[in-house]
Design a protein around this ligand. Structure first.
Ligand SMILES: O=C(O)CCC(=O)C(=O)O
Length: 213
């Protein structure tokens, strides 16, 4: 429940990058959280992602449709238990299309990838581009649980200029068009800020993408 005097306004953070606060109501957030809990279970469940340089990502991840690993996609959890990736349910694809439409993208993207990242209070995500897909369809990002700082930058460098946006539980962020390949990341998660009625400690982010494969 927001405590602002006025509802937070929808805003275009960069050309083609739209933040829509409170897009998911409490019931839809709970349904999505329940589904995330199922997807996080093995096989092909939540895992720690290892980067080629020997590091690990602090946000843990599970994928649907196609399995992302640094820096490609596969049909099995090649860097996990090797099991086939779980399918992306029809209802989630529909939700993605609804989200793209809400952000004024009207080409009805056929979402076939979901990356679900789980952040505990210490998790972060460095500035990166979502560039392993072969489609320029907009990326849909849904947030559940703790509030975070989402840093949305430019297409040329990992550094400034960028804009920091607070993403809260239920918020939608869509980036496509001129911003589809913009660098973005999560420098901070605010521990204990999830809506108590949701029943989640930490933060979940679901990004929906079109593979173009
Ligand atoms: O957690 C977020 O809001 C961003 C996730 C992200 O950047 C990604 O999955 O590529």
């Amino acid at each position: 429940m927001d405590t602002e005097l006025f509802p937070r306004a929808r805003s275009e953070i960069a050309p083609g990058a739209v933040h829509i606060p409170d897009w998911l109501d409490a019931e839809r957030q709970r349904e999505l959280l329940d589904a995330c809990r199922d997807w996080a279970r093995p096989p092909a469940g939540l895992r720690t992602v290892r980067t080629p340089g020997g590091g690990t990502m602090t946000a843990r991840q599970v994928c649907l449709g196609w399995h992302w690993y640094p820096y490609a996609y596969a049909r099995t959890a090649v860097d996990g238990d090797g099991a086939p990736v779980k399918p992306l349910p029809e209802w989630l694809g529909r939700l993605g299309r609804e989200a793209a439409t809400a952000a004024a993208y009207d080409n009805d993207p056929d979402y076939d990838i979901a990356l679900i990242n789980f952040y505990d209070a210490d998790a972060r995500m460095g500035m990166h581009r979502d560039s392993d897909e072969k489609s320029d369809a907009p990326v849909v990002s849904l947030s559940l649980g703790d509030t975070c700082v989402f840093r949305f930058g430019n297409t040329a460098t990992r550094s400034k200029p960028y804009t920091d946006v607070e993403l809260r539980s239920g918020d939608l962020f869509v980036f496509g068009g001129a911003s589809r390949l913009a660098y973005h990341g999560v420098p901070r998660v605010y521990e204990g800020t999830a809506p108590p009625e949701l029943g989640l400690t930490g933060r979940l982010n679901i990004t929906l993408r079109v593979s173009g494969f």
